[in-house]
Design a binder for this molecule. Sequence first.
Ligand SMILES: [Zn+2]
Ligand SMILES: [Zn+2]
Ligand SMILES: [Zn+2]
Length: 375
Amino acid sequence: MKRFYCSCSKEVGFHDHVCKNCGRDLVYDPVLGTILSGELINTDCFIVHTPDGQKNRQLIACDNRHTTVACNWALVPEDQENDCECISCRSTRSIPDQEGTDKNPTRWYKLERSKRQLMQTLIDLKAIDATQPELYEDLEFDFLEDKRSNPDLELEHVLSGHYDGLITINAAEADEGFLHTMKEQMQERYRTLLGHFRHEIGHYFWLKFFHNEEMRKKFRKVFGDEREDYSKALKRYYKSGNQSHWRSRFITPYASSHPHEDWAETWAHYMHIVDTLQTAHSYGLSDYEPHKNSFDQWFVEWGRVTQVMNALNRSMGVAEPYPFKVSDIVEGKLRFIDEMICLYALNIKSPSQRKPKKVSVKSKKTTKENRNKSK
Ligand SMILES: [Zn+2]
Ligand SMILES: [Zn+2]
Ligand SMILES: [Zn+2]
């Protein structure tokens, strides 16, 4: 992630509400893709200050600034009349019962934090155009509990997944303990809450990118035929384990289960790379950054950065954060994703991508009804 600065010139964090140096209030503007400093008046009216101390434009802060979520985002101008939550918060349809267990408020807080980081990278990649929020009204999130985290519930297992724009995340994945246990059980080398978001959003963008046969043919050339029976493929994977030669062709064992999962796993990996490499670049550890330099340049740089990153962690006696080896075939898949994102970002403003805008007041009501249902 890039670095953000207050108008007093001190660095501030992506999730910060107030500058620790000068006390100015902070807001993230999804249209500009940056943090702005100024003054919050009457809980939601944000007056932006320019670096010379002048007060200029006005933004509306997200309603969730003052809830458990502690969101620091602003609404985009298109939403200010009808909505009171930012482009990230309003995509949440269900949350775990906030009165059910002491853990649920923290879980919701962490889930939304990860979602905002996900959205920020997508905005930076221009895969999400915050000036056209109506394009993403089909994107919704359910954060659900199951019996393992709430014995009062009937449901044995909530599996994270995606179906036609609706992303489900098991709320317990926000607990470090649960995450670690699942990682051991599934024998995974890497498992994070952010990783879940990045994987599932990959399925969502697959639908956006490969919306016709011509595009799907391109996909099949790189990832294989996605028309292969999905449930049979998953059953086979869980029964007989991953394909023995997965290392040469896939980024993770799970990616070998089906072309859809290969896409989502590789997409998540692509997002890990662009966010981490941008961080390295913004702190002066890398000369290259994705989408400013060519794929070949930043991909070679990524190899060097991960070497340093792993070595630094070994020095601290902690596990290597990057336990992956990217084969030539996987590199080809990452390159394809890079090309698809650039193509999508170019076409995003074309009329064919636009959908009729829903009445936001109505969708708002639905969100609240669903939240009550989830309690
Ligand atoms: Zn400041
Ligand atoms: Zn928000
Ligand atoms: Zn998946």
